[in-house]
Design a protein around this ligand. Sequence first.
Ligand code: COA
Length: 239
Amino acid sequence: MSDAFGTIIFEKEGSVAHLALNRPDRLNAYSVAMRDDFAEALHAVAEDEEIGALLITGKGRAFCAGADLSEFGSAPSQAIARNARWQRDVWGQLIGLDKPIVVAVHGYCIGSGVEILLLGDLRIAASDTVFAMPEVQLGMIPAAGGSQTLPANVGPAIALDLLYTGRRFGAAEALAYGMVSRVVEPESLASMAGDIANQLSELPRRFTSGLKRAWSEGFEMPLDAGLALETRMAAGAIG
Ligand code: COA
């Protein structure tokens, strides 16, 4: 089954929902229209009981080249443009989705692209991927979680280097930093990501959603509270 939003392709393949960012002529730059389509598609994914896992990819030669810079010129100020962009809480939808999320990136993964990646549970990069967080260099700060999720994933020393300088880095560095767990040849990316999403989608939901809650909510807690949450999740999963 396939649904075409203007800027996102939503395909249901068995029990996997596959969302592909689809503005290839703009390297999948994240626009207000894409935000709306993404929000709508994520709502459908959350509601559909048949869907056990979400796969997010990008069409064309990039995963996502960051926020659509052309839209910043059409608003009275960058701050207003930025606010308008994030009013719909796509990032909260991704964090709150009780199904595992596989994100597969290639080509360019910049700004919002990195922020989407870091909200995935299982993250794979093609070896050709170029990453960057250029917001501060462009006169903004990351506003889709990057100031929090990047340090949480890679530690403050690396995160602040990447955030302040906006420097580009490759897939091997992203792997070494812990932003992705696997780097594969570009031609293997789609099949590996699809296989993983498929496997996860077939696991009993109470295990995948229980693990997701235990790690994502527990991550923010002191260890004793996290362990108590794990105990509750484990008891619930066994039934
Ligand atoms: N917003 C809007 N349009 C974008 C875009 C963005 N973030 N990134 C790329 N595009 C558009 C380009 O304007 C170009 O459009 P055109 O064909 O009408 O000229 C098209 O996508 C292809 O990009 P191009 O720059 O020609 O490709 P490239 O391979 O030479 O360079 C990048 C790729 C990613 C290095 C370059 O596009 C870039 O630096 N993009 C901006 C990245 C950025 O700063 N994002 C904001 C993060 S907050």
